[in-house]
Design a protein around this ligand. Structure first.
Ligand SMILES: NC(=O)c1ccc[n+]([C@@H]2O[C@H](COP(=O)([O-])OP(=O)(O)OC[C@H]3O[C@@H](n4cnc5c(N)ncnc54)[C@H](OP(=O)(O)O)[C@@H]3O)[C@@H](O)[C@H]2O)c1
Length: 375
């Protein structure tokens, strides 16, 4: 039974949500999307869990304008179909949607780009569910965050959505944005695999400023496009499995799954931290919510901290594939310089991780693998 809750922040500080949210990304962002009815059962399982909480408590559900392969807006279309079929759940959900990217998934915080994205999202939702919160998916280095917040607040005044969230941002960016308009929530990756100083700074700044942290966690299954991240490559995995096995041993002692231990651990990072696992299956969704209810003792937390200190995770998380031609046009000429992060123009915020030797057959170009730093 779901009992724990969390509060959103900023302009949404009156919104109380279940402690664990539900990410919808992998329902549609795969070559063959999961059948609608299976997704609906999973979404309903989460929303039905609210019955044990005080009236008015909502469930954070997380979507994006680009969570689809055959069509980028498949996820939004799924959300619209769900609420069209089940309008009784509309008021139980707090819908957060990421957008503000171009067709090629580059950040676009131009006034036209943000308006286009927000209008497209609303069009796909077909009025079946209000977009409660809009988040630019990545910071556009061509515009200041103050500019982005100002443009987004204009769209709020036009009634297009209610609250602003940020995604994959640094603590400094959050503090600057929050001076323009209170930020409701920040979405970042947080898990025992992703707990760097940068992550800790974001969590601390959000606490100080009264902003919720929606913490996605990077679960992976077969066929997930994130398998190409360097942390999942065979040699690095051998090292990283020492941590996995140590966490599994702690989970076994507590009679919970490793996934539940990780969700519980993320939830214990603060009252303002909302773990955001994603699943398209009812059984896993219920299991993930149960993870949020697990109480970890000081001894449990110390034991987990010791594991993470002793065996720090190796390898990178988010990477981007940039066609060589695009990198060349952006000024990358010298791979050694590029490796030192000396990118020109709009690639200044990225750090080269590797140059792939794979020929990208569909495009006939070699790709660079780069990792976002303050994205
Ligand atoms: N802001 C950002 O940049 C960003 C980035 C990534 C994700 N997100 C958001 O955060 C949400 C969560 O992201 P995520 O990376 O944690 O997960 P995710 O992308 O939603 O995918 C989770 C994967 O793990 C599987 N899974 C779920 N629960 C499991 C469990 N208990 N045991 C084993 N496998 C399990 C799911 O498969 P089944 O569906 O078969 O259960 C799914 O394939 C996303 O859905 C998305 O909304 C945001």
């Amino acid at each position: 039974m779901v009992q724990k809750t969390a509060k959103f922040g900023g302009t949404a500080s009156d919104v109380v949500v279940a402690k664990v949210g539900h990410g919808l990304m992998m329902m549609t962002w795969k070559p063959t999307p999961v059948p609608d009815e299976q997704c609906f059962e999973a979404i309903k399982a989460g929303l039905d869990g609210l019955d044990s909480l005080p009236a008015g408590t909502k469930m954070l559900i997380n979507s994006a304008e680009f969570y689809g392969m055959s069509s980028p807006t498949l996820n939004l279309e799924l959300v619209a179909k769900f609420f069209e079929k089940h309008p009784e759940y509309v008021d139980k959900a707090f819908l957060s949607v990421k957008g503000g990217l171009t067709e090629k998934l580059s950040p676009d915080a131009s006034p036209e780009g943000l308006r286009r994205s927000v209008d497209n999202i609303n069009e796909k939702l077909r009025g079946k569910k209000r977009m409660d919160l809009f988040e630019p998916a990545r910071v556009d280095p061509n515009y200041s965050i103050e500019h982005t917040m100002t443009e987004l607040s204009k769209l709020i005044s036009k009634g297009k959505f209610d609250h602003i969230g940020l995604s994959e941002v640094s603590a400094q960016t959050i503090a600057r944005a929050n001076k323009v308009l209170p930020v409701a929530g920040v979405e970042i990756e947080v898990s025992p695999w992703s707990y760097t100083q940068e992550t800790k700074d974001v969590i601390a700044t959000c606490k100080e400023l009264g902003i919720a942290v929606a913490a996605y966690s990077g679960f992976l299954t077969e066929g997930d496009f994130r398998r190409k991240y360097t942390r999942f490559q065979a040699d690095v995995m051998k090292h990283n499995f020492i941590t996995v096995n140590a966490l599994k041993a702690i989970a076994d002692k507590k009679n919970i799954t490793p996934a539940q231990l990780c969700i519980a651990w993320v939830g214990h990072l603060g009252d303002h931290v909302i773990p955001l696992p994603g699943s398209s299956r009812k059984d896993r969704t219920l299991g993930n919510f149960a993870g949020g209810e697990v109480d970890l003792s000081e001894e449990d937390l110390d034991e987990i901290a010791k594991v993470l200190e002793t065996h720090p995770i190796k390898g990178s998380r988010i990477i981007y594939l940039v066609p060589l031609k695009e990198a060349w046009l952006s000024g990358v000429r010298d791979w050694t310089a590029a490796q030192r992060g000396a990118y020109a123009n709009d690639l200044t915020r990225f750090q080269l991780v590797a140059v792939t030797d794979n020929l990208n057959k569909s495009k006939g170009v070699i790709s660079l693998i780069i990792r976002g730093t303050d994205i």
